[in-house]
Design a protein around this ligand. Structure first.
Ligand code: ZN
Length: 89
């Protein structure tokens, strides 16, 4: 059997075949780091969008804002729908 290595500390993982981490500490550390990376990637993307909007002319910027408004409305409707579905369970 192949020895799995903990992706956080590199130690051997002993236990069930689907176990990925050597300990809860390593699992939590790994997931927190992953979340942080995702957050900073999102921040980078938002920064890039903002600088693009700054370079747009006014008509393009207005159209973009209108589009974002529409998208946020769709997300609101979707989250309301998800909430009512969850409360029905
Ligand atoms: Zn570990």
């Amino acid at each position: 059997m192949k020895v799995r290595k903990c992706p956080t500390c590199g130690r051997d993982v002993i236990g069930r075949a689907d176990k990925r981490f050597c300990s809860d500490e390593c699992r939590i550390f790994y997931n927190n780091a992953l979340r942080k990376r995702k957050r900073s990637r999102n921040r980078e993307q938002i920064r890039a969008i903002i600088s693009n909007v700054r370079e747009m002319d006014q008509a393009d910027a207005k159209n973009l804002l209108r589009l974002l408004e529409r998208i946020s409305k769709v997300f609101k409707i979707m989250s309301t729908f998800a909430k009512t579905r969850n409360s029905q369970k």
